[in-house]
Design a protein around this ligand. Structure first.
Ligand code: 5GP
Length: 188
């Protein structure tokens, strides 16, 4: 998606160990018009999969997911990273965080992820795929179907895209980063 690629090249910053900082328009300050355009594009790409629900993971997936839910007129549920004491009938799994280098538990109430639902997963970044695979596990525990996975930015030099596509999943990314070496951002 040209609009996103141009913005990454203009405002994105490369920080140590292969991390792309997009705090200026996605992860801290947000550009709602760009977010809306990106959601429109994701909605277009996944329309044929006829999802019945959007799933994401807190916190940075929520903004793009709710925009996609709005465009596709679908409910949006986010996996929580802390186990709320009040939540009953939970589906849980463990995820390793790429940016924080530690493992954490994610959970969704079974009431919001049910057998037979057609789930579209949306997140800001696809890196090693741990967050996405954790959510895929929750969808499978629920007996629901993962019909697509959409990302704003995929880091093509990490393994997440390959791991998900090898499972036969439909994966779409609006921009793919080829490399982040020596402070220079190269897009595919
Ligand atoms: P994964 O689980 O695919 O390894 O990492 C995905 C999660 O880590 C995303 O939800 C995102 O929040 C975060 N993440 C991974 N790589 C980057 C990056 O280069 N920049 C930013 N801002 N977040 C990232």
């Amino acid at each position: 998606m040209k609009q996103l690629k141009d913005r990454i090249l203009r405002d994105g910053r490369c920080v140590g160990e292969g991390i792309l900082k997009v705090d200026n328009f996605i992860n801290h300050q947000m550009d709602p018009l760009l977010m809306e355009a990106m959601a429109e594009e994701l909605a277009r790409r996944f329309e044929a999969e006829r999802p019945t629900k959007v799933l994401t993971i807190e916190a940075s997936g929520i903004a793009p997911a709710i925009m996609v839910g709005c465009k596709m007129q679908l409910p949006v549920v986010f996996a929580k990273k802390a186990r709320p004491s009040t939540m009953q009938g939970m589906l849980t799994t463990k995820v390793f965080s790429f940016t924080k280098s530690r493992e954490y538990e994610i959970c969704v109430a079974g009431a919001y992820l049910r057998q037979g639902e057609r789930v579209l997963f949306i997140d800001d970044f696809l890196a090693n795929g741990n967050a996405a695979l954790g959510c895929l596990e929750l969808v499978r525990q629920a007996g629901a179907d993962m019909v697509g996975m959409g990302f704003l930015i995929e880091k093509g030099f990490q393994q997440g895209g390959r791991l998900l596509r090898e499972q036969g999943l439909k994966v779409e990314s609006l921009a793919i980063v080829e490399s982040l070496s020596e402070g220079k951002i190269e897009l595919r």
